[in-house]
Ligand binder design. Structure first.
Ligand SMILES: *Cc1c(COP(=O)(O)O)cnc(C)c1O
Length: 388
């Protein structure tokens, strides 16, 4: 087998789950977000571990993702975060999946089918408080509730919203979303509905906005050990808080320090070493030219594995406790790194592309001008996941 793989550390995953529980406290439940194949970590194994850890629900984006879990024998509650299509109603109900509802058409379709088979179907109402993506807004909520109350076979189990700016400097947009959410929640209560779950917090809000925890939180990225906010509540990697952030002393949540452990380690091994003289170009287009005699290592991983071409001449990898820079253009199946300053590097040495103390997924994301979510979820199908 090609020596390129992603090691998934289940103990680190469980440890991150416990950190979430520590932050939110024992009275707040967790819906673990395992969409997009658990951010590339493998949703079946990840979900089983999180169920063992005590997650209340699992959250996925699509019906297909939910069915993959059901067919592997997972019978925990699964919330479909992204809504459903009319032709998915039957399979959603038969597999006991929990739909998110934000349109009367879907509510009607589900209610009709539920009535036909004599079942009550629980759902979560998705409300839009400022993300402007999915959900019922403040201006429509009353009319919407009026109609919803007519659907006798639907049972409101939860109400939720999603933040657009929980991880940016300014706290204002999120505080505003929380206040709109609270307004909508009181309208829902006034309509005589008392859903079991109220939820809004993604990973950033879990860390920065205790007032958003309600009674259920929806961590994704932090379960996978990335997206950690700084100790002052600022996005990590940005060392200064600007005065325009609107942050006041009371806003800074007091919290115990916590540690997130990387779950995925993307690994490969050196397949060839070559000595080149100063002035020698490396890889397509000669975008790197050695400025000194150098030792170049070839790695059997490339952009078809999710190691983005964007990382050419930007990223670093970890070898023998040192970092080595990517030199030249990342190819489809291969990448070159400069190991001149890695003492004793030999063919067969293990290389970590991200996930150890030297190089994190957050680092790789920064080098590629993206976020760790993308780095994880594009890690290729061609890369086998090895669970430890
Ligand atoms: C993906 C997603 C989450 C998880 O977000 P993170 O930033 O990864 O914690 C939570 N809620 C919804 C609706 C999502 O789509």
């Amino acid at each position: 087998m090609r020596p390129t793989w992603a090691e998934i550390d289940i103990n680190s995953l469980k440890s991150n789950f416990l950190q979430v529980k520590r932050i939110v406290g024992k009275d707040v439940g967790v819906i673990s977000v395992v969409k997009a194949d658990a951010y590339g970590h493998g949703s079946i194994n990840v979900s089983k571990a999180l169920i063992e850890s005590g997650t209340n629900l699992l959250g996925v984006a699509t019906v297909e993702e939910a069915l993959e879990l059901r067919y592997s024998g997972i019978d925990s509650p699964i919330l479909l975060l992204g809504g459903i299509q009319p032709d998915e109603v039957e399979i959603v109900i038969k597999n006991n999946l929990i739909p998110s509802l934000f349109s009367l058409a879907s509510a009607h379709a589900i209610n009709t089918y539920a009535e036909k088979i004599g079942k009550k179907v629980r759902y979560h109402l998705k409300v839009d408080t400022g993300m402007n993506r999915l959900g019922v807004g403040l201006s429509e909520i009353c009319d919407f509730l009026e109609d919803l109350l007519n659907f006798r076979n639907l049972e409101l189990e939860g109400v939720f919203t999603h933040f657009a700016n929980a991880d940016v400097d300014s706290r204002e947009p999120t505080l505003k979303q929380i206040s709109v959410f609270n307004m909508i929640l009181s309208l829902i209560n006034r309509a005589g509905l008392n859903p079991k779950y109220i939820h809004s917090a993604n990973s950033a809000a879990i860390q920065r906005f205790p007032e958003s925890h309600m009674n259920l939180v929806r961590p994704g990225i932090m379960l996978y050990g990335a997206g950690r906010m700084g100790v002052c509540g600022e996005p990590l990697g940005r060392s200064t808080l600007s005065t325009s952030s609107g942050l006041t002393a009371q806003d800074i949540p007091s919290r115990t320090n916590f540690e997130l452990k990387p779950v995925m380690k993307l690994k490969t091994k050196i397949t060839q070493l070559k000595r080149i003289t100063a002035g020698t170009p490396v890889s397509y287009g000669g975008t790197f030219i050695a400025s000194r005699p150098s030792i170049i290592a070839t790695l059997p991983i490339g952009y078809a594995d999710g190691y983005m071409r964007r990382l050419s001449n930007r990223a670093k990898v970890s070898i023998r406790g040192f970092t080595a820079p990517v030199v030249g253009t990342v190819c489809m199946d291969m990448t070159m790194v400069d190991v001149t300053e890695v003492p004793g590097a030999i063919v067969g040495d293990e290389v970590v592309l991200f996930g150890d103390e030297m190089v994190s997924a957050d680092d790789v994301a920064r080098w590629a001008d993206t976020i760790p979510y993308e780095i994880f979820s594009i890690t290729g199908k061609r890369v086998p996941r090895v669970y430890i």
